[in-house]
Ligand binder design. Structure first.
Ligand SMILES: *[C@@H]1O[C@H](CO)[C@@H](O)[C@H](O)[C@H]1NC(C)=O
Ligand SMILES: *[C@@H]1O[C@H](CO)[C@@H](O)[C@H](O)[C@H]1NC(C)=O
Ligand SMILES: *[C@@H]1O[C@H](CO)[C@@H](O)[C@H](O)[C@H]1NC(C)=O
Ligand SMILES: *[C@@H]1O[C@H](CO)[C@@H](O)[C@H](O)[C@H]1NC(C)=O
Ligand SMILES: *[C@@H]1O[C@H](CO)[C@@H](O)[C@H](O)[C@H]1NC(C)=O
Ligand SMILES: *[C@@H]1O[C@H](CO)[C@@H](O)[C@H](O)[C@H]1NC(C)=O
Ligand SMILES: *[C@@H]1O[C@H](CO)[C@@H](O)[C@H](O)[C@H]1NC(C)=O
Ligand SMILES: *[C@@H]1O[C@H](CO)[C@@H](O)[C@H](O)[C@H]1NC(C)=O
Length: 444
């Protein structure tokens, strides 16, 4: 008996060692309202002072139709969230009756309360289409698709306004963490019309593709990723983790062996406790600084401004015409492209700074600085991207699977030599009539 127990203990200990060393995705543990983490990415904050305290039928004009093709599974749900620009940006959700619901909460200030209004719109079965009418203008908006139910929460604020907490991809205890979901983001206003995108800057979830038809009948498309994308991407990330020992495999989240989504390195490293990428670019940055202390790095601003040849002197990279010098960026600065020396302040920065930051950032992600010809940025084509033994391999792998090469995988993914393809997965129109969305990869 003792012998057996000891053997079992030894086996358990051996297994736990294996668990720590074998590449594995991050397991999610869906929680409840108390596990919600409020952040700027997933919280819609109210800006009205209790004017729309009761559910309110839509009264904004404008509108367009979305035709959804379900290529994934039965039980698909759609949710539409955003802020109503005609109601002082009150958080709004589309109800099954086709009107906006403006979430409120009678709960304690700051405490998320489940939204129980009729906001989960069921999609027809796999292989079928469903029409949704967006009744009016909406900003900071998302069209969510989920295989199952998503949970949204209303929060009463001290100033009498209300916020909405949406599902978060980075919080492994989010109440919706165990569901596979994805969204298209859009802004739709009377003046500017509709701008919508699919992007992988933050994560890859349920594969979505879209097209937009405007009043002249012209069609724009962004096809997205195939149905098996998440599994394929996670397989490749596991291989990459095996090569360099970095936690690429941990970017993947799964539940009970089913892979759900993939976080970008930046989203992953912003979660407290997720180490492993903190010094990822350090050696590379040192080498880049060393190289460009003896030779010039030419930035092509591609915006009508003269080329700028930068050099490292002392600790900083200095570019003529730039109002700021660049200290060595941290790995988080590089993965996020918007902090430290890679910050852009549109109000004060020069045109050269606004052009240099995206170009420096893209050259770090793709690790092109030390390649032949890398002293002119951007000048090397996509064949040279991600060929070094360091770089944003999450981005490389996503581009490998994109059906039509569209969808940004980091914020300055549109930086390319003149005449190259633009990876923007966005569509826009002053007069949209129809958006089509395909859930679960393009129809074969
Ligand atoms: C909304 O409020 C929450 C909680 O105060 C805050 O964390 C978040 O950054 C705000 N979101 C936006 C988009 O400003
Ligand atoms: C809708 O909004 C317009 C302008 O804000 C206002 O004049 C009109 O009375 C509103 N209609 C309803 C039914 O609330
Ligand atoms: C996608 O669109 C939303 C809404 O307009 C915007 O906030 C976001 O920055 C866009 N993302 C990209 C990668 O363009
Ligand atoms: C995962 O497994 C647990 C325990 O067996 C079960 O309660 C849960 O429903 C499963 N979740 C999913 C998404 O399969
Ligand atoms: C900037 O450099 C590029 C490539 O070296 C060259 O083709 C272009 O003419 C230069 N532009 C200016 C304004 O000198
Ligand atoms: C950048 O550094 C150079 C010398 O290294 C210095 O002459 C220049 O004033 C600095 N520029 C800024 C904007 O700090
Ligand atoms: C790529 O396309 C997007 C959307 O049309 C646009 O905002 C962006 O400026 C383009 N980038 C380049 C480098 O042309
Ligand atoms: C419709 O889309 C086409 C192609 O993108 C564009 O050239 C045209 O200006 C658009 N028309 C309107 C009215 O938005």
């Amino acid at each position: 008996m003792f012998g057996l127990q000891n053997w079992a203990l030894a086996l358990t200990a051996a297994l736990s060692v294996v668990q720590q060393t074998v590449a594995r995705p991050t397991e999610v543990h869906p929680g409840s309202a108390k596990d919600i983490v409020l952040n700027s990415h997933d919280t819609l904050n109210g800006t009205t002072g209790g004017v729309f305290n009761t559910p309110n039928a839509g009264n904004s004009t404008g509108g367009f139709k979305i035709t959804v093709t379900n290529n994934i599974a039965s039980g698909l749900k759609c949710y539409v969230t955003g802020q109503d620009p005609n109601k002082n940006k009150a958080p709004a959700m589309l109800q099954n009756d086709g009107t906006w619901y403006y979430p409120t909460s009678s709960g304690e200030v700051g405490t998320p309360q489940p939204i129980t209004a009729d906001v989960g719109i069921p999609m027809n079965d796999k292989g079928q289409t469903t029409d949704i009418q967006i009744p009016g203008y909406l900003i900071s908006a998302r069209v969510w698709f989920a295989v199952g139910d998503l949970q949204f929460f209303a929060i009463a604020n001290a100033d009498g306004t209300y916020s909405v907490a949406q599902p978060s991809e980075s919080n492994t205890a989010d109440p919706s963490a165990g569901v596979s979901w994805g969204f298209i983001e859009f802004d739709y206003e009377e003046e500017s019309g509709l701008y919508a995108n699919i992007s992988y800057v933050d994560f890859v979830g349920l594969p979505l593709g879209m097209s937009l038809t405007n009043s002249t009948g012209a069609v724009q498309t962004a096809l997205g990723l195939p149905s098996t994308a998440v599994t394929s991407i996670c397989g490749d990330l596991k291989t990459q983790a095996g090569k360099d020992g970095k936690p690429w495999d941990k970017l993947c989240q799964s539940i009970n062996g089913t892979t759900l989504r993939v976080l970008s390195p930046y989203t992953y490293m912003m979660v407290p406790g997720n180490t492993g990428f903190d010094d990822y670019f350090s050696d590379y940055v040192d080498k880049v600084w060393e190289q460009y202390s003896s030779t010039g790095l030419t930035i092509l601003p591609q915006n009508g401004n003269p080329n700028a040849t930068c050099t490292v002197s002392g600790e900083t990279l200095d570019c003529p015409g730039d109002n700021k010098n660049y200290t060595k960026p941290s790995s988080a600065d590089i993965f996020g492209c918007n902090t430290g020396p890679l910050t852009v302040d549109n109000d004060v920065d020069t045109a050269i700074h606004k052009a240099a930051v995206p170009r420096l950032c893209a050259a770090f992600h793709r690790a092109t600085f030390l390649l032949d010809g890398g002293d002119v940025q951007p000048s090397l084509g996509a064949k040279s991207y991600y060929t070094a033994d360091v770089g944003n391999f999450y981005s490389q792998i996503i581009h490998k699977y994109e059906v039509d090469g569209k969808g940004y995988a980091f914020s300055y993914d549109d930086v390319n030599p003149e005449g190259n393809e633009n990876a923007s997965g966005s569509v826009s129109s002053k007069s949209p009539t129809l958006m089509t969305v395909t859930v679960g990869g393009p129809t074969e």
